[in-house]
Design a protein around this ligand. Structure first.
Ligand SMILES: [Zn+2]
Length: 90
């Protein structure tokens, strides 16, 4: 048991729980679906960890379709994958 208390979220690819700060947030709102680099965008959010395999799995298994309960275009996934690659090179 860890005594450190901080909010955790589940990675939608691997299902592991991580502190929010270690995850990337993908948000869906009226402007579309994109990587929320500020963490402050309004809309429905889904979290993914920074493991490259999780980014691949997200796209291959179309994990966001379930997370956002909607059919998401292939091109959106490709864009997200690019953003996720960028997001990891901090
Ligand atoms: Zn993961």
């Amino acid at each position: 048991m860890k005594s450190v208390h901080q909010p955790t979220r589940e990675c939608i690819s691997c299902g592991e729980k991580f502190p929010k700060a270690e995850l990337l947030r993908i948000v869906k709102n009226d402007s579309g679906i994109f990587l929320d680099t500020t963490g402050k965008q309004n809309g429905r959010g889904a979290y993914i960890c920074k493991n490259p395999e999780c980014a691949e799995k997200l796209v291959k298994q179309k994990r966001l379709n379930r997370a956002f309960k909607t059919a998401i275009d292939e091109s959106v996934y490709r864009e997200l994958l690019e953003m996720l690659h960028d997001g990891r090179t901090e």
